[in-house]
Write a protein that binds this ligand. Structure first.
Ligand code: DPP
Ligand code: ZN
Length: 858
């Protein structure tokens, strides 16, 4: 497959002002007639031949200005049509087979309904079209089909006409907003809707619908409320108003991504729509609110202003992730949301940035764009824009985004356009800052603090590590919020922002008779790794006293991570190990006892760093040793704090179920208590978990208890797993949890469980949620996946090979877990590599998997 390069961008030779589509819908066969008005693009090089992208399509008829054309040719699936005049009408008919579309790209069948997914390049599987985001067109769509099978017919924009005849009916839709083809959507099926409305700031009444299958309606309230909150929030915080009279959301159970922001017709994975307390966890509720917000916010950051080309993906995704993060911060606990987002970044993006698939947030090349819907483009992209906001301050940042929306409304823009608008609107100089768009790799910032007389001297250095294709890096501006604490009073004289924009720099602070305690990268103001030699007592101090909740969390993480890395590296004697464990237990005990904390925050402070995060700190990691040391620390803490943990569990258990912070916090600390106890005293933890499971009146408690039980070898385990399955059989989203809990469990036989589950009648490779629930959970379970004999690697490679012909986009997502081999100890690394080679050698690999596997082996 060819490499596509950002530098090769050329504007398309033709404009497509109008697109008319006519769908005769059927699950097995759908007939599509596309009528395009095209006109020469004065801003592009003359193009005597128009390239209409196609993927697996055959043209049944091609008419130009009403006359059959015979001079067209095919090039790699694309239709090449010579055109002589300034403007033409092209009409092309095709027939597609939705029910055999297992890739879930283009028009496909899901549970008897029809729906579409066109981002990034799915529209070309529906009809021939210039399927690139810089070709904006106004769509009018007629859809017809059997009334009984497809009582609901939906498309983008407004419904302008309906009619029926015999067993069939039709609807015509018009979207007044010009859009790129990737934002096209169509849904036909037997659906019911929760209906509501929202009145915008200028008084426009918008009809809102959340469409689901019959029977799911009572699980849509949270989605609808989240939508209304999103609409209000975007008006208040970014000044953005909705621009149609109708906003529809449709939930589908077979979906590759979380959701899709098609204009006026968002299509969602059921996972991000359906919730009630009995079947969805608190995390599910938060996920729904965040994703509903995310897709809604795309209406401005993505749809009104779209991307010039797919290299600019972070223009809409990074910005929209930041917008959804800020929204969720405002809706719930801001510090806890920030901590969660940093945890996701470290778990998903840092490893990407330090591995073979590292790429800048604005990539320079790709073979398959689906492979670039990454944590780097999304989450690091959001961090980069967040840094601009931190440097500008909220108000000036808003002036920057106002200017951006104003200046580029209706356009297909670039990341550079965004940066310029922020520069002009917020009054920032971002000349050097642009490096964040072009350089991959997580900067390492070295930090040391010296003290003499009354002066504290802070020395900072930065290194941006080399990444594939980028060996020499330049220093980038790194905004670091910091505070210097007086040891005796536990206070600081105000937070400051320093920007490190050189390879090394020094900052001095006067007025310190004693050496202060440094709190740095507060709120995680920059997406970097801080490297510093800091005494454990300083971390204990910050973990207990820092007034920035993130910094407090960070100190606790550093305390545990520092110890675990030292222990795993073999540099700790028995006494040192015992002393460190005792310090950690004492610090955690103080967190349990701290009456000023709410439970949501307490839960964050009690969490142990994940194995991936610990492995990231080491050049070459031994997953077996990391696992053993981490479990041993957990057990040691669980033993020392057993009574405190049990008391915390008992206290939290007295709270009745509520969806407020107190209720959510109580549920969070209950399960954390069980986790520590399980390490120290499995029998006691098992009994407590079983009782939490049995008395649960909500999914958070039930799933938390079952997660702990799933890792234990006790009698309670089997009974509760069977109960859970029987209780929720038929509810796909909950059965996904049942698969995931077993695949991610600490149980020593987890590998055997996964093998058995792959043969379970409820398992299928055709449903991405189910595949992920078993195999993503497994690939993210270090003690099982990294089994020393390589069995875990074999299983994931087998999965990739089996899934690739069915759904390449989802198959390729499993490659990175094997691609980490260079950072793993040599024995396992060789086994991982050989599995990658086995995948690479397979015939007929998809472009998606081929690209990921070859990059991982290079
Ligand atoms: N649907 C995906 C998202 O919203 C891709 N745009 O991020
Ligand atoms: Zn998005």
């Amino acid at each position: 497959p060819p490499m596509i390069r950002r530098d090769d961008y050329r504007p398309f030779g033709w404009l497509v002002p109008e697109t008319k589509l006519d769908f005769e819908l059927g699950l097995e066969s759908t007939h599509v007639t596309a009528t395009l008005t095209v006109a020469r693009n004065a801003k592009a090089d003359p193009a005597p031949v128009i390239r209409l992208n196609g993927d697996g399509l055959e043209p049944e008829s091609v008419l130009v200005d009403g006359v059959p054309a015979t001079n067209w040719t095919m090039d790699e699936g694309d239709l090449m049509l010579p055109l002589t005049g300034e403007a033409h009408e092209i009409r092309i008919a095709t027939t597609i087979q939705p029910s055999t579309n297992s890739q879930l790209m283009g028009l496909y069948a899901s549970n008897g309904m029809l729906c579409t997914q066109c981002e990034a390049e799915g529209f070309r599987r529906i009809t021939f079209f210039p399927d690139r985001p810089d070709v904006l067109s106004t769509y009018t769509v007629r859809m017809s089909g059997p009334k009984a099978q497809f009582p609901v017919l939906l498309c983008n924009g407004n419904r302008i006409a309906v009619g029926e005849g015999g067993d069939s009916h039709w609807a015509e839709w018009h979207d007044p907003w010009p859009k790129p083809s990737y934002l096209f959507a169509l849904v036909a099926g037997d659906l019911v809707a929760r209906n509501d409305s929202f009145t915008t700031m200028s008084g426009r009444k918008v009809e809102l619908n959340v469409y689901v299958r019959e029977g799911d309606l009572d699980r849509t309230e949270h989605a609808m409320e989240s939508l209304k909150r999103s609409m209000k929030w975007d008006e208040e915080v970014f000044g953005r108003e909705y621009d149609l009279d109708l906003f529809n959301i449709v939930a589908v159970s077979d979906f590759n991504m979380g959701a899709m922001e098609n204009k006026g017709l968002n299509v969602f994975n059921t996972k991000f729509v359906l919730a009630d307390p009995e079947t969805a966890t608190d995390a599910d509720y938060d996920g729904i609110e965040g994703v509903i917000g995310h897709e809604y916010f795309h209406n401005w950051s993505g749809n009104r202003i779209t991307c010039r080309d797919w290299f600019q993906l972070s223009l809409k995704e990074g910005f929209t992730v930041l917008r959804d993060q800020l929204f969720s911060q405002d809706m719930g606990s801001a510090p806890v949301k920030r901590i969660e987002d940093v945890r996701i970044l470290r778990m998903a993006q840092f490893p990407e940035d330090s591995g073979p698939l590292a790429h800048p947030i604005r990539p320079d090349s790709y073979r398959e764009i689906n492979n670039f819907y990454t944590a780097t483009v999304y989450n690091k992209g959001a961090e980069v824009i967040r840094m601009m906001r931190t440097m500008a301050g909220e108000e000036r940042f808003r002036a920057g985004t106002d200017l951006y929306f104003d200046r580029h409304d209706g356009e297909a823009a670039t990341c550079e356009d965004f940066v310029e608008a922020i520069e002009d609107g917020a009054g920032l100089d971002l000349k050097q800052f642009r490096l964040w768009y072009s350089q991959a790799g997580t900067p390492k910032v070295s930090v040391s603090l010296e003290h003499e007389g009354n002066t504290a001297t802070l020395r900072l250095g930065q290194v941006v590590p080399s990444t594939p294709g980028q060996l020499d890096k330049q220093p980038m501006p790194i905004p670091l919020k910091l505070a210097l604490f007086d040891r005796a009073s536990g206070k600081h004289g105000g937070e400051q922002l320093v920007v490190l924009d050189k390879a090394a720099d020094t900052f001095t602070f006067d007025g310190f008779a004693e050496k202060p305690v440094l709190s740095i990268n507060r709120t995680f103001s920059a997406p970097v790794t801080i490297e510093r030699d800091v005494p454990r007592e300083d971390l204990v101090f910050l973990a207990a006293k820092d007034d920035d909740p993130f910094a407090r969390y960070e100190a606790m993480q550093e305390l545990m991570t520092g110890h675990l890395v030292a222990a795993v590296s073999g540099s700790l004697g028995d006494n040192d190990r015992a002393a460190a464990r005792a310090d950690i237990a004492r610090a955690l005990g103080a967190v349990i006892a701290d009456a000023t904390l709410d439970d949501l925050m307490r839960g964050e402070l009690l969490l142990m760093p994940g194995q991936t995060h610990i492995a990231e700190q080491m050049l070459v990691a031994d997953p077996g040793r990391i696992h053993a040391e981490r479990e041993a620390l957990k057990a040691a803490v669980g033993a020392v704090l057993a009574e405190d943990l049990v008391a915390m569990h008992a206290r939290a258990s007295t709270l009745p179920f509520t969806m407020d912070a107190a209720g959510k916090g109580a549920r969070k600390v209950k399960t954390i208590a069980l986790t520590y106890l399980a390490g120290a005293d499995p029998e006691r933890a098992s009994a407590l978990a079983a009782s939490q499971y049995d008395s649960a009146d909500n999914m958070t408690d039930r799933q938390g208890a079952l997660m702990v039980l799933a890792g234990l070898g006790t009698a309670e385990r089997t009974a509760r797993l069977i109960d859970f399955y029987n209780r929720y059989q038929g509810n796909a989203l909950v059965i996904d949890k049942w698969f995931a809990l077993q695949a991610s469990s600490l149980h020593p036989q987890a590998i055997e469980h996964v093998k058995a589950l792959a043969d379970h009648p409820d398992f299928t490779l055709r449903n991405p949620n189910r595949v992920r629930s078993l195999y993503m959970a497994f690939a993210g379970n270090p003690s099982a996946f990294h089994a020393a004999d390589g069995e875990g690697y074999r299983m994931v490679a087998d999965l990739i090979l089996a899934l690739d012909p069915i759904n390449p986009q989802t198959a390729a997502r499993f490659v990175p877990s094997l691609g980490r081999w260079r950072r793993i100890e040599p024995g396992r690394a060789a086994l991982m590599r050989s599995e990658l080679e086995r995948v690479a050698a397979a015939p007929h690999l998809s472009r998606d998997t081929f690209e990921q596997v070859t990059r991982s082996l290079d």
